[in-house]
Design a protein around this ligand. Structure first.
Ligand SMILES: [Zn+2]
Length: 521
């Protein structure tokens, strides 16, 4: 970052995000005009919409220390002070409202299902709007009464502040508290003291994102608020007796939402129309990725139903997810997914009978076979008589032995393929593919675009292509690259454990009934 740039330069770049980054910025009065114009638009948008409606526009990545920004925060904070006082966002030492049993345990571990929760926090109204404006400009063009302004100012951000110099920090990868203190021109020794404290340990490895606020007075550190998790904040305050550490629980409300729809064009369009968010739709698609190819399997008229959670923090929606249960009815055929959190706190999706939605690979595509040639980057080729990589496994077999698909998936290729001879390629989920080569013939129902099940016969051992004798050449592709199937850590499909099964089946039938009602309604 160019340190020499004036504050105006960097501010303007924030406002004109889409413009060229290196726009020459020499005429300050023109910039000032642009600043005022942008500010008028901003205020107008702000008032015209719900307080939180335009927040999506805010680019949090730009949140950095900036004197102008804090000036604004100061002004806005002063105006909203009364409003804030009555709606404290933080409830110290109050226990968390119990979340649904399925999600409480996994919310903190970042199990993948909650990952959008923090980003969703960006929807929270922020007082420190990313566009920095000169406070004088605000007074100049702001015809609104202070009362109206106070109404329009979101009351969420910094409830515990009585002084106003809060700076929002967007923690970047590799950031440390010391580094952040340096950026704010604060004494790094304070950061070291804080992080060295027993209760400040959590600050030694910061999570990225807009999780940190620091309050300054006259360039001195006063206070910080770090979001340890969505549910807990760590507060560190300087007092006359030194540093004070407090952990604050935030109270949550989780409600169950339902959505259903008939797919007219794409799942995405219809899902958005039904009120589902983009992250939720992506989650939904990845849940079903081993069962449904959303590019090709969806027909107009297919239906979906979803039951999911929405989270509220002090009355404000802060995130959606996880999906608790979902169903797709494609060409009349139902597919269900039910979320289940096991006793270890790990949440996964299962079909109604408790089998995992995620695939698992068989070790061998040929029964009673052994590996005659392993995966190697340097192998002496028996026919070509040269050293070349062998990025697959050769399984022994006699001509005509069955070749089985190693996992559920969709056939994406059936045909001759150069040295591979007769070949079948199957796609599993969105990341995996398996390839079966030198086949003598293909399985009966194996056509491009058809779904196959794990263990289904997809062809027969042969010696077509560049091959000395009948065997199966098997490859496993991950994200477009061949990998050693014996070394690669493959997804483990686990069914619901026996001791959790009856409870799961009970929940699953409740959910499937609810989903059916949704679809029928
Ligand atoms: Zn081979």
């Amino acid at each position: 970052m160019a340190q020499q740039r004036s504050l105006f330069d960097s501010d303007l770049r924030n406002m004109l995000k889409s413009g060229p980054r290196d726009r020459p910025l020499s005429r300050r009065h023109a910039l000032f005009g642009a600043t005022i114009l942008a500010m008028i638009m901003l205020v107008a948008t702000w008032l015209a919409s719900r307080p939180d409606a335009s927040i999506d526009e805010v680019d949090n990545s730009q949140v950095e220390y900036d004197p102008l920004r804090s000036q604004i925060a100061q002004v806005l904070n002063a105006r909203k002070k009364t409003a804030v006082a009555s709606s404290a966002a933080l409830i110290p030492n109050k226990s968390v409202v119990p979340l649904g049993s399925s999600s409480a345990s996994s919310a903190d571990r970042g199990s993948g299902f909650e990952v959008d929760l923090w980003p969703a926090m960006k929807e929270l109204p922020k007082v420190t709007v990313s566009v920095s404006l000169d406070t004088k400009a605000i007074h100049a063009v702001q015809p609104l009464s202070a009362a109206k302004m106070a109404d329009s100012v979101p009351t969420q951000t910094v409830a515990s502040s009585t002084k106003t110099n809060w700076v929002d920090i967007d923690i970047r990868p590799g950031d440390s508290l010391t580094r952040i203190f340096n950026r704010l021109k604060l004494d790094p020794a304070v950061a070291i003291t804080i992080a060295a404290h027993r209760k400040g340990q959590v600050l030694t490895s910061l999570k990225t994102g807009p999780r940190l606020k620091i309050r300054l007075t006259d360039g001195q550190f006063r206070e910080l608020e770090y979001e340890k998790s969505l549910k807990q904040l760590l507060l560190v305050k300087t007092t006359d007796n030194g540093l004070r550490f407090d952990t604050v629980n935030r109270s949550f409300e989780v409600i169950e939402q339902k959505a259903t729809g008939v797919i007219t064009s794409t799942l995405f369009d219809s899902g958005l129309k039904a009120g589902l968010s983009e992250p939720l739709l992506y989650k939904l698609m990845s849940t079903f990725e081993w069962q449904i190819d959303f590019n090709t399997d969806i027909r107009s008229g297919d239906q979906f139903a979803v039951i999911y959670e929405e989270r509220f923090l002090e009355g404000r929606k802060i995130g959606t997810g996880p999906v608790l249960a979902a169903s797709f009815i494609l060409s009349g055929k139902p597919h269900h997914a039910i979320r289940h959190t096991d006793s270890a706190g790990i949440a996964r999706y299962f079909s109604l009978d408790g089998t995992s939605m995620q695939g698992k690979f068989l070790h061998s595509p040929v029964r009673n076979s052994r590996i005659t040639s392993g995966y190697s980057l340097r192998r002496f080729h028996p026919i070509l008589k040269v050293w070349r990589p062998h990025r697959g496994l050769d399984f022994s077999g006699r001509n005509g032995n069955s070749v089985l698909s190693t996992a559920d998936g969709k056939v994406v290729f059936v045909g001759r393929k150069g040295n591979y001879g007769k070949t079948v390629i199957i796609k599993h989920g969105s990341n995996y593919r398996t390839l079966y080569a030198h086949l003598s013939k293909y399985g009966k129902k194996v056509r491009k675009g058809r779904w196959v099940q794990q263990g289904q016969i997809i062809g027969y051992v042969g010696s077509t292509g560049l091959s000395t004798s009948p065997h199966l050449h098997y490859e496993l592709w991950l994200n477009g690259k061949r990998r050693n199937p014996l070394k690669l850590k493959l997804p483990r499909a686990t069914s619901v454990r026996q001791n959790e099964k009856s409870e799961f089946l009970r929940r699953a039938s409740t959910f499937s009934a609810a989903l059916n009602r949704l679809v029928d309604a």
